[in-house]
Design a protein around this ligand. Structure first.
Ligand code: ADP
Ligand code: MG
Length: 365
């Protein structure tokens, strides 16, 4: 692995609007060539963070470093940073060619070089043949490609994208996700990407910063965030999870025995746990298995009553009620569908590594 070079550093960023703390202490190092995503619910401070990086907003405190230089007070146009917004403002009176060429024209670049660069961008964004079209004659997806081409042509060190696919329908979104990721790889430009769509974040990013109320809840790889969420919020924001209340019975080295609804269940644990302590166990719905008979005898197994079950195409959603009233949502493949009916006693089990102890931050905001 080549040495990773830090391109952007955010240090102790805060931003307060009137009394509202939009950014409440953010530290981040972004590596050159990285695709990093800020993910989180609406209002958590994603856009504000991006606008601070772009220079469109001044932080209340903290600093921004690009390539080791403090750019906190540098004007937006002097930063080697470009931004693509959701509501891509193309120039309506300019055709595709002129829109893409705009930044270079402004810089007084030679016409032949501009032509060559625009051609490269048309290729990259699959807009060949659309040079003469006006923005009003393009589909939403094509307009967004023009907006992206217009930013990429300036070869910024860093491209900021604020929900760039937010206005597109689902199918086009999925297609553009792949294209954008491909362009990013081809050009090796560092992307900071904003979305509130967890699937988009998971499939495109090298790392994800999950945000809540102006802070990072967890900064991790997509796999790390999905497989090892550290808090209840992180576990529930991504994917579908069950959060079970458990009591620690006994702890040894890296394992704790949990009491959940009267069942004794082992769980891997690296933190210090005291017997009697209340804990929260996260179990992904699709990592749970269901059966009418007690065939497998894994160590992590509970028995409950099937209260609901529904065929949903590729998968079946079932809800199991445990003796203490807690419920488990279970998603199983319909390829091996069983004849399940509400009211039946069922066995539900999982691999020990699928159970993750998380911090209970549900009441925090
Ligand atoms: P996100 O992009 O995650 O939806 P924003 O960064 O846009 O969130 O907003 C974070 C919080 O800051 C929100 O509560 C929002 O209302 C507030 N906010 C953002 N911009 C301003 C502004 N210019 N003036 C006052 N409040 C703002
Ligand atoms: Mg926003």
């Amino acid at each position: 692995m080549p040495e990773k070079k830090v391109l952007l550093s955010l240090r102790g960023l805060h931003k307060t609007f009137d009394t509202q703390e939009a950014v409440a202490g953010i530290d981040l190092e972004v590596y050159e060539g990285e695709f990093i995503t800020l993910l989180g619910p609406s209002g958590c401070g994603k856009t504000t963070t991006l606008r601070i990086i772009a220079g469109l907003e001044m932080p209340s405190s903290g600093s921004v470093f690009l390539d080791g230089k403090d750019i906190t007070r540098l004007a937006p146009e002097k930063r080697e940073v470009n931004t693509v917004f959701q509501n891509y403002a193309l120039f309506p009176h300019m055709n595709v060619y002129k829109n893409i060429a705009y930044g270079l024209t402004l810089r007084g670049v030679d016409k032949n070089i501009i032509k060559q660069k625009v051609d490269e961008m048309l290729d990259l964004t699959q807009l060949k043949g659309y040079e003469k079209r006006m923005p009003s004659q393009l589909s939403g997806g094509q307009r967004q490609r023009v907006a992206i081409a217009r930013s990429l042509i300036l070869s910024p060190k860093l491209l900021l994208l604020d929900e760039p696919l937010g206005a597109l329908d689902l199918q086009l979104r999925r297609q553009m996700q792949q294209e954008l990721k491909q362009m990013q790889r081809t050009l090796g430009i560092t992307f900071i990407y904003i979305t509130h769509d967890q699937e988009e974040a998971i499939t495109m990013s090298d790392r994800i910063a999950l945000m809540r109320a102006g802070r990072f809840v967890q900064l991790d790889t997509p796999r790390g965030l999905y497989e090892q969420p550290r808090t209840a919020f992180a576990a529930s924001f991504i994917g579908e999870t069950n959060l079970l209340t458990a009591t620690a019975q006994a702890a040894k080295d890296d394992e704790v025995l949990l009491d959940i609804a009267g069942f004794t269940l082992p769980c891997t644990c690296t933190d210090w746990v005291t017997p009697g302590e209340k804990l929260l166990l996260s179990l992904r719905a699709e990592r749970l298995h269901l059966s009418k008979t007690p065939v497998p005898v894994p160590c992590c197994r509970v028995t409950g009553e099937l209260v609901h079950t529904q065929y949903a195409g590729g998968e079946r959603l079932s809800v199991v009620s445990l003796p203490d009233g807690q419920t488990l949502r279970v998603r199983t493949s319909t390829e091996t569908d069983q004849d399940l009916a509400p009211g039946a006693t069922v066995y539900c089990w999982w691999n020990q590594e699928s159970g993750v102890l998380v911090r209970d931050d549900r009441e925090e905001a």
